[in-house]
Ligand binder design. Structure first.
Ligand SMILES: [Zn+2]
Length: 421
């Protein structure tokens, strides 16, 4: 078929371009069968043989969609559909590695919807101005190798390629060796296809869109996080003989502090969410007043100011605790500032959704995504579709097929629009 090369004709054609819903459903199911277990989950940890099988399938589908497939040195897979110019491409994509016993949609949906975009171009013989690239990034989940978002992290130079290739998993496997073993140690530079813009389509993995019956979330950014380990020292003593007024109880002090921090988040929204996920009391006996308490604190907010304010509130609460006769210490385990996506790109996604008759709401992402790394390189945004009951990283992860199709059609329009400039 002759490739139509005028952007005017592309724009005219865009009005009736849609992905093939049955093909998308079938492919999500087929990819979801790789690494599956009888209880309904699937496990394709990064760079395992199951990941290789998933990658092989994605490569085959990219080729069927007419894309030129290349693999970079950290194993990111790219399907490139040629444009009329060599201008920096428009990139979409996500990941196909999973956590243990995952659902079928996290990451895979964004990659397979991207392949649909390329397939539509091929089927309709369309050639936009810019190349369109569909990426499947290596080790997004971080379930086998730390850090997460590894493929996009290398592109964003948050970690060097050499350091990434030398990372070892707890099972002893090293990334560089595993890439060679599964045949995905590519030769391409990770910086060869730096995009003009990046759009990632993903399930929300949270309950908001589902609760509001809203088909599309336009993601304005990824919330920042601040992780802490808090330790409180008191005096361990006999639970029967030590009067309440004479105790230095590290346990109740830790519980009171944890409650105070989460109440502050609940009533003042500082920060947006605060979680105490681990608490250990020592010596850990039914008949001993705890002499030492240690707990973790996870603070998250899409606003950097609010994250700072929450950290100050924590510091203030700790100094009050010290004044009361206990001894506290805090260690920051990890901190990521909030990521703000491109405003114009968010507006473009909204406009395209409107043309498709899809209602939207602005939101921030509670989970990490490759898009937050790509945002350092080019205008970036994300499109969310609902997750039924907000369940994810679980075999029961579900999104209605019609909502998956709507999101994929919105991705198609958004990417074509970006590529025609
Ligand atoms: Zn994901």
């Amino acid at each position: 078929m002759d490739r139509i090369s005028s952007s005017a004709r592309l724009a005219a054609a865009q009005a009736d371009l849609f992905i093939d819903p049955r093909r998308l459903d079938a492919r999500l199911e087929e990819l979801g069968r790789i690494g599956h277990d009888e209880r309904g989950g699937r496990t394709r940890l990064a760079l395992t043989s199951e990941d290789k099988d998933g990658r092989d399938l994605v490569v085959r589908w990219l080729q069927e969609a007419g894309a030129r497939v290349c693999v970079d040195r950290i194993g990111n897979i790219y399907g490139v559909s040629e444009g009329r110019s060599d201008a920096p491409p428009i990139m979409t994509g996500s990941h196909i590695d999973t956590v243990a016993r995952a659902g079928a949609l996290d990451g895979c949906y964004g990659v397979l919807a991207g392949i649909e975009v390329l397939q539509v171009l091929r089927d309709r013989g369309l050639c936009p101005n810019r190349r369109i690239v569909v990426a499947a990034f290596t080790n997004e989940e971080g379930a086998r190798f730390t850090p997460d978002l590894l493929g996009s992290r290398v592109i964003a130079k948050d970690i060097s390629l050499e350091a990434a290739l030398a990372l070892a998993a707890r099972d002893g496997a090293v990334i560089g060796d595993e890439l060679r073993r599964i045949g995905y140690a590519g030769e391409m530079s990770p910086w060869e296809l730096l995009p003009h813009a990046f759009v990632e389509l993903h399930i929300e993995q949270g309950p908001i869109l589902d609760a509001e019956q809203m088909p599309i979330g336009v993601v304005e950014g990824v919330q920042g996080h601040s992780w802490w380990r808090i330790t409180i020292e008191g005096t361990a003593n006999h639970a029967g003989t030590t009067p309440m007024r004479m105790r230095r109880d590290a346990g109740t002090a830790a519980m009171a502090l944890a409650l105070r921090l989460s109440e502050h988040a609940r009533t003042h929204g500082i920060p947006d969410v605060a979680t105490v996920g681990v608490m250990k009391l020592e010596p850990g006996s039914i008949n001993v007043v705890p002499g030492r308490a240690e707990f973790t604190l996870d603070l998250r907010d899409p606003r950097d100011e609010a994250l700072h304010a929450a950290e100050q509130f924590l510091a203030q609460a700790l100094s009050e605790l010290d004044a009361s006769g206990l001894r506290s210490s805090s260690q920051q385990l990890s901190r990521h500032p909030a990521v703000v996506f491109d405003r114009q790109l968010c507006a473009l996604i909204e406009a395209q959704a409107k043309e498709l008759g899809l209602a939207t709401r602005r939101m921030s992402s509670g989970a990490s995504h490759d898009a937050q790394m790509m945002a350092r390189l080019c205008p970036t945004a994300m499109i969310f579709v609902p997750s039924s009951k907000g369940i994810s990283h679980n075999p029961r992860e579900h999104t209605d097929a019609s909502q998956l199709h709507a999101g994929a059609n919105l991705l198609l329009r958004t990417v074509l629009r970006l590529a025609s400039d």
